[in-house]
Each structure stands twice: as structure tokens, then as C-alpha cells.
Design a protein around this ligand. Structure first.
Ligand code: WT7
Length: 635
């Protein structure tokens, strides 16, 4: 993509207005200018949110891997595309150039073809954060197969559900994975999953930890010998704009995960365009997104967005705490990282350990910091700004969802003045609306409501795999002609958006709507508090009362709990008002979290409701062990 960036706020508004007034012309220009097409489109956009149906660039032909790899070979062939940083800092970093990436992806593509994988087939990818993960994803795209990456921290049950749902006949995995000082028996998990899900014919196994594993005859094969034999040339399959590119599962309100289906051209255009603009990417920057490729953030901002721009993207196998809490900053220093993109939960975990881990590390290469995944509380925002960005690197608080494909609400760095806890303004082409309970749009500023999007953007998911009705019911039924995000938001006096959390996190106390995020923010300001989560529980007079689960920093551990309770409630009273005071405060060692770091309020809510008999499947949690402790000490 060209190196031009929006330079000031007035220009943002101009471009934004154009993208809203003439969306088709706007996106057509972007598509024309920045991508490689085998054939141009017949129409830019056809859409109908009532069906719902969205088609971008209909009739166009392309292959996304030609855009991610081939077209860079002449000008950037020896440039690092993927910079692999292993779990163990003593193992050398591995820079993979665009030329090398091309050959690895072609080999992998030929291996998949040899195994009988055809255009349209679903390929389940259950790999740790190693180069083979990137090769496999791109190899699928090369031959028109649909990748379904399952985060390699999910349990056998969760994996089986996902394999069955999209009917994958093949799984790509590894013998095991490194995670900090531990190893995980990935192949064992796959074996267990395949005792539950019966349709898989082929398992290809990458070697990572060289553990002793069982190989099932006629089903399991080591990957490397197949790669060694494969040709390093593979002609890309020419795809239609609307051909499926991938399925990525996200949890829903029922146990069955939703396989969000993303298609080729629109996804590519939006992932690449947001990458360049949201991170102020310029040639030769080193970009690091610390998410796992198993999430949409990793799909769009480790692989597709950066590679479409010919960027260098870091693939980090490890965790922030290994071998010490300095690891992130060692990597930033070592590779002179320019953009660093992570999640609030990681920021809070690092902040809890103190600034000593940052000292002595040169972070001066950083020019943009990003956060994504949940509302960032004010304290964490300032910690990030002060200690990592040294108040010089703007923070982009980027809001989006698996369903969206790319960043939707975000500041543009060096353009949009930031405001802690605010994702600020809609990205170019995004038309948000706040809706009230009666389905009416709430106009004007200083209002809050349910966050919807009025108009399609190029990377909106097209369906839920195998269940279009559920897609319609979940996203297009609550509000007429709108995509409903499931989030609540407020719009401040200048039109900035603050995401207040899932609408089911709003608790009505004595008739007042209270968002959990601002209350948690207030609690987290307390110097002894590390993290907190608020849920509602039934109360005779108020309807609902508030129950807070609080974890303490090391410095707070010896403190008297009753005094702490008083202080916390005083802080809430000071910041929000007495209405938001907590009736119960339970101090706990940990909060149950999903693998992507989201606090599982559903579980905490049940415990607060004294209904912990049926908590559902907690095996996919990051830290299931803390649940028992919370139940035991519930108030
Ligand atoms: C939900 C989507 C998109 C990457 C990972 C999450 C919450 C996401 C923010 C943010 C406040 C955020 C929303 C959204 N969320 N980013 N910057 N501020 N909330 O993807 O697992 O599909 O979750 O994450 O509640 O609906 P996901």
C-alpha cells in the first residue's frame, strides 16, 4: 500500500465523510490502488441486512497469498516477512524472508494437495505459535481450502466440537508446544479429540518439542518428510471475491460455538487497509501483535494485514512471564519494535509486577501502542502510556470482534487525540449507531445505548458456518436493518465512543443502569487492587445488588479485609456515586478467564447467585483451578 497517511483530524473527517457518502467509490479506489487482482469486480457492493447477505467486489478473481507474498518477491524478496521469536530466549530468533515464506507456503500447499485437500475443504489447524502455523494458514489460502484455526490452548472437547462443526477431514498439529517453562502435549489432545469427533482421516504432525508420541497408522504422519519431498512451486488457486477464506469460532450464548465465515476479497482489503492506518505503518517498521493466531486479532494483524503491506511481523511463541516479566521488553529492544499491540489483561498482569521489569530496556523504537479485546481500565491505560510509551507513543484502543474481521472503532495515531478508556472514533467506512431498547436510534452526543453498525464494511462475516439462521438471529434480528454487536457504548460530547462492555454486563440497581467496567475501573484505582470483576445478584429492595470479586497486589496481601472493603466502597462512591457501592466484596487469588483473557462473568454471576452446581464446561478456561476456591469462600 502507498505510504500516505492521514495527517490531521480535519482530514480524517473529510475522508470519513467520503467513505460514508460514497462507500462504493471509496472502497473501489482502495481496492484498485493497493491490491493484485486477476480480474476486477463487476459490482463493488450488493447487500441486504434483512436476509442477511453482503457481497463485496462480486465477480473479482484473486488469490490472497499472491497479495501477501508473490507480489513482494521482486521488491522485498530478502526482507523479513515473519520474525519468529521462540519461547526460549536462548534459542535464536528466526527471520523468514518473503522468498523463504513463498517456498515454505508452496511446499505446505503441495503437501495438503497430496493429502487430497481440495478447494473448499475445511482444514483444522491446531498448532502453537510456530512458523508452521503461518505456513499452513497461507497454504490453505493458496489452494482455496478453508482454514479453521483452533487456539492450541483449547481442550480436546472444544477442539472436537470445532472439528465436527465444520467437518474437517484433516488436522494439522504438532507433537507438543512450549508455554513458558511448561510443555503441552498437543498431539495427545488431538488424539483425545478424535476419539470424540470421528470424521478425520489425516493428521499431519509438525515436530516442535521432540517428545515421544503415538502415531496412529494410516491416519498420522510426520510433516517434515512430506515437506522435504514437496515442490517449492505451487500455482495459486484463483478464487472468487466471495469464496470462503476461513472459519473462526467464537463463543455464543449457547454452548455451541459460532463458526464465523469470512470471505476473500473484502476481508483482505479491510485487514490490509486498517493495518496500515491504525498502526501508522511505514516501510521497514517492525510490527508486533502479541495475540495468538487462534484469535481474529492474530489472523488479521499477525498474518494477513501485515503481509499484504509487505511488513515484518513478529510471531512470538512464548508468554509475557517467561523467563521473567521482562520478556516483552527484551523483545521490543532486541528487534527495535515500532508498533506493539496487546490486550488489557496482559497490561494489567505486567503492571502488577511493577516497573522494575521495564528498567534498563530501551523502548525508544516504539511509536504506536495498541490494545484490544476488552475495555481497558483507566489505570492500566495510564500505566501503558507512562511506562511503555513514555507518553510519546499514542495508544490505539481498538474495538472490534471476530465477526468484524478488522478494527472498527479506534483512534488514528498522531491524528485523533486519545482519551483513556475511549476507543474514540469510527474507522473510515464504519457507521456506528446507538440504539435504545425500543429499537430507535439515539441521535446526538452524550448518550448511551446498544452499539450497532448501519452499513456493511468489507470484512463483515458473511454467515455462521452451517447455520445462516443463527447468524440472522444473533446479529440482524434485534434491530431492523442493523448489525447488532452485543456491546453497549456511550458517545461523549465530541462523538467519541466508549465501549462499556457486553450489554449483558449492565446491571440495573434500584432502577439505575450501571456498567460493570466503570465500577471496576474505580476499584482498580485502589493501590492494593490488582484486578476486579463485578456481577449482579438478586436483592429484595434494589432488584439487583453488586457483588465484587477482587484480587490483590502483593503489596495488599497482608491488609485487613474489612478496611479494604470500606476503602473500595469509598472510592466507588467518590468516582461514580453511592448507588454503585458493592454489597459484597470477596477477595480471591484469581478470576476465571477465557484463554483470550476475558473474565468469565457468567461463572462469577452463578456463584454470586448461589447457584454453582451447574457452571457448564470450565475446562476451556485459562485457570479453572481458581473457580473452586471462589466457590468455597463465596459470601
Ligand atoms: C468483544 C469481541 C477483536 C479482538 C479480540 C476480541 C470486546 C474488543 C475491545 C475494546 C472494549 C472490546 C467487545 C467485543 N472488545 N475490543 N478495544 N474495548 N471492548 O474478539 O473474542 O470476538 O470479542 O470483545 O465486547 O464485542 P472477540
Amino acid at each position: 500500500m502507498s505510504n500516505y497517511h492521514i495527517k490531521h483530524l480535519e482530514e480524517y473527517y473529510q475522508v470519513y465523510r467520503k467513505s460514508v457518502r460514497e462507500p462504493e467509490n471509496f472502497w473501489e479506489e482502495i481496492a484498485e490502488e493497493h491490491f493484485l487482482w486477476r480480474k476486477k469486480w463487476d459490482t463493488v457492493l450488493e447487500w441486504d441486512f434483512t436476509k442477511p447477505e453482503v457481497k463485496w467486489f462480486k465477480g473479482a478473481k484473486l488469490n490472497i497469498t499472491e497479495n501477501c507474498i508473490d507480489r513482494h518477491l521482486l521488491t522485498r524478496g530478502d526482507k523479513t516477512a515473519i520474525l519468529f521469536e521462540p519461547n526460549n530466549p536462548d534459542e535464536p530468533s528466526n527471520p523468514i524472508t518473503y522468498k523463504e515464506l513463498h517456498s515454505h507456503v508452496c511446499k505446505m500447499a503441495n503437501v495438503l494437495k497430496d493429502q487430497g485437500v481440495k478447494k473448499g475443504d475445511r482444514v483444522c489447524v491446531y498448532l502453537p505459535m510456530i512458523p508452521e502455523l503461518v505456513y499452513t494458514v497461507l497454504a490453505c489460502a493458496r489452494i482455496g481450502a478453508v482454514h479453521s484455526v483452533v487456539f492450541a490452548g483449547f481442550s480436546a472437547n472444544a477442539l472436537a466440537t470445532r472439528i465436527t462443526d465444520c467437518d474437517s477431514k484433516i488436522v494439522i498439529t504438532s507433537d507438543g508446544s512450549y508455554r513458558g517453562s511448561k510443555t503441552i502435549d498437543l498431539k495427545g489432545i488431538v488424539d483425545e479429540a478424535l476419539r470424540i469427533s470421528k470424521g478425520v482421516e489425516t493428521v499431519l504432525v509438525a515436530k516442535r518439542i521432540s517428545s515421544e508420541i503415538e502415531m496412529l497408522q494410516n491416519r498420522d504422519q510426520w510433516l517434515q518428510p512430506l515437506l522435504d519431498k514437496a515442490s517449492a512451486q505451487c500455482e495459486p488457486e484463483i478464487m472468487d471475491a466471495e469464496d470462503p477464506l476461513f472459519i473462526l469460532y467464537t463463543s455464543g450464548s449457547t454452548g455451541q460455538p459460532k463458526g464465523m465465515l469470512h470471505t476473500t476479497a473484502g476481508y483482505m482489503v479491510y485487514a490490509a487497509y486498517t493495518f496500515k492506518n491504525v498502526f501508522n505503518y511505514i516501510e521497514n517498521d517492525v510490527f508486533w501483535c502479541s495475540a495468538d493466531v487462534g484469535w481474529i486479532t492474530g489472523h488479521s494483524y499477525i498474518i494477513y494485514g501485515p503481509l499484504c503491506n509487505g511488513a515484518t511481523s513478529i510471531l512470538f511463541e512464548g508468554v509475557p512471564s517467561h523467563p521473567s516479566y521482562s520478556r516483552f521488553w527484551e523483545i521490543v529492544e532486541k528487534h527495535r519494535v515500532n508498533q506493539f499491540y496487546t490486550a488489557p489483561t496482559a497490561i494489567r498482569a505486567l503492571a502488577k509486577e511493577g516497573v522494575g521489569h521495564i528498567e534498563g530496556h530501551d523502548l525508544s523504537s516504539l511509536k504506536v501502542l495498541g490494545t484490544v479485546g476488552e475495555p481497558i481500565n483507566e489505570e492500566a491505560w495510564h500505566w501503558y502510556d507512562d511506562n511503555i510509551g513514555k507518553n510519546k507513543a499514542p495508544i490505539v484502543d481498538t474495538w472490534f470482534q471476530t465477526e468484524n474481521g478488522g478494527i472498527m472503532i479506534t483512534p488514528i495515531p498522531y491524528v485523533t487525540p486519545t482519551k483513556p478508556t475511549y476507543a474514540t472514533l469510527p474507522f473510515i467506512g464504519i457507521q456506528p449507531a446507538l440504539m435504545d431498547e425500543n429499537g430507535k436510534e439515539i441521535e446526538g452526543n452524550q448518550v448511551s445505548g446498544r452499539l450497532c453498525i448501519k452499513f456493511p464494511w468489507p470484512s463483515i462475516a458473511r454467515s455462521i458456518w452451517g447455520n445462516h439462521q443463527r447468524y440472522k438471529d444473533t446479529y440482524f434480528s434485534e434491530f431492523k436493518n442493523m448489525y447488532f454487536t452485543g456491546d453497549g457504548a456511550l458517545r461523549d460530547e465530541v462523538g467519541y465512543y466508549r465501549i462499556t462492555g457486553r450489554v449483558d454486563d449492565i446491571i440495573i440497581v434500584s432502577g439505575h443502569n450501571l456498567g460493570t467496567a466503570p465500577i471496576e475501573d474505580a476499584i482498580n484505582e485502589h493501590p492494593a487492587v490488582a484486578e476486579s470483576a463485578i456481577v449482579g445478584f438478586p436483592h429484595d429492595i434494589k432488584g439487583n445488588a453488586l457483588y465484587g470479586y477482587v484480587t490483590l497486589k502483593e503489596t495488599g496481601e497482608g491488609r485487613n479485609h474489612d478496611n479494604l472493603r470500606k476503602e473500595i466502597n469509598q472510592m466507588i462512591t467518590d468516582q461514580i456515586g453511592p448507588i454503585a457501592k458493592l454489597d459484597k466484596i470477596q477477595f480471591t487469588k484469581g478470576l476465571p478467564k477465557t484463554r483470550s483473557g476475558k473474565i468469565m462473568r457468567r461463572i462469577l454471576r452463578k456463584i454470586a447467585h448461589k447457584d454453582s452446581s451447574n457452571l457448564g464446561d470450565i475446562s476451556t478456561l485459562l485457570n479453572p483451578e481458581c473457580v473452586e476456591d471462589i466457590i468455597e469462600n463465596a459470601l
